[in-house]
Write a protein that binds this ligand. Structure first.
Ligand code: PHE
Length: 344
């Protein structure tokens, strides 16, 4: 075997040996067998002193190249050892962060008001509505003034609220978002706006100082009461999963004209009269109406060009009807025994 062939066979041997390394240390030990102080290649390099100048040139070149190639191979093998190490570790130590634990009976769940809110959002987005949001601390203008409760309008007394020292207030209804929609969106538009609202109320089984509403508003050309009734009936039959009979009664809100109270036929007695509907056969559910021209104007629209309807849905009331809950105070009491019943 010539010297060059010997060097080449050392390279082949080095590769096979290095390939079997299982750890960094193992790799270093094996590397030293070839290019360490007493390594095979090193001793060949040392022995070259005896060779002729010509031989030194050719064999020396091959030896140096081989040394570099072995070093590169070691480097590459080191990376592979590291990667394999992490791959194995990841497989062995994998755990599912979301897997329910034995504590799962104490896991939180979605509040019934949030559940119904999500359902309503799905129904309306399927009808082409967008979802809007607004702040809980509002200006007097958005909550009252621009909704046609101008100056000291007596209707302000029906919705007293909490005021901040800088003249803002906790919104009494999601209707404040109507004003934001009119001022910020380009008509025609359809929106709903769910949210928490606040009133200065004497708390009892059907009144809370804090509750939830969903506002709805449609602005376009030639919007009529028929459009309003159709939308409300679609919503109600989707929520209650049956056809719901409705009726309109006149209702007063300064920001709609005409304004209505939309009642539904009692779902418990089908209109015959029972304790739930106070023996009238009907339940008051949805205040609504056509948007008052003043409101359109306050919002920056030409009331001769644009029309629309608006409605307000009390979410707590809907939840109470769906599950037959007699006292609104349960809903936001944080009572776990109550909440666990609605776990989905
Ligand atoms: N904002 C009114 C309330 O909270 C309800 C309402 C909304 C009435 C939209 C008409 C139109 O009492």
């Amino acid at each position: 075997m010539t010297l060059i062939e010997e060097i080449q066979s050392i390279y082949e041997e080095a590769k096979t040996t290095l390939e079997t390394s299982v750890s960094d240390e193992d790799l270093d030990t094996k590397k030293n067998l070839f290019i360490g102080k007493k390594g095979k290649l090193t001793s060949i390099l040392k022995g070259m002193a005896k060779l002729s100048v010509e031989e030194k040139k050719t064999a020396g070149k091959v030896a140096n190249e081989t040394q570099t190639k072995i070093e590169e191979f070691v480097q590459e093998k080191r990376t592979r050892i590291k990667n394999e190490f992490y791959e194995v570790k990841l497989k062995e130590e994998h755990f599912d962060l979301l897997r329910p634990t034995r504590l799962s009976e104490n896991q939180g769940s979605i509040h019934p008001v949030s559940q119904i809110q999500a359902e309503i959002e799905a129904i309306f987005t399927s009808m082409g509505f967008s979802i809007m949001d607004g702040p809980e601390v509002e200006t007097d203008n958005n909550n009252f003034e621009a909704l046609n409760f101008t100056g000291d309008h007596p209707a302000r007394d029906t919705q007293d609220t909490f005021y901040t020292t800088d003249g803002k207030l906790l919104r009494t209804h999601t209707s404040a978002i109507q004003v934001r929609a009119l001022r910020n969106l380009k008509p025609p538009f359809r929106i709903i706006a769910p949210g928490r609202v606040f009133r200065y109320e004497e708390v009892d089984a059907s009144h809370e100082t804090t509750f939830y509403q969903v506002e709805g508003m449609v602005v376009g050309k030639d919007i009529s009461i028929a459009n309003l009734i159709y939308t409300m009936e679609t919503l109600l039959s989707e929520i209650f999963k049956e056809t719901v009979k409705t009726r309109l009664r006149p209702g007063y809100f300064p920001f709609v004209e005409p304004g209505f109270e939309l009642d539904i036929q009692c779902l418990v007695c089908k209109g015959e009269g029972c304790s739930v509907c106070k023996h009238s056969g009907w339940l008051e559910l949805l205040p609504c109406g056509l948007i008052h021209p003043n409101v359109l104007e306050f919002g920056g629209l030409d009331s001769k060009e644009w029309t629309g309807f608006a409605f307000g849905l009390g979410l707590d009331r809907l939840v109470m009807m769906r599950y037959g809950i007699h006292d609104i105070r349960y809903l936001h009491s944080g009572n776990l025994r109550f909440l666990k019943q609605f776990k989905v």
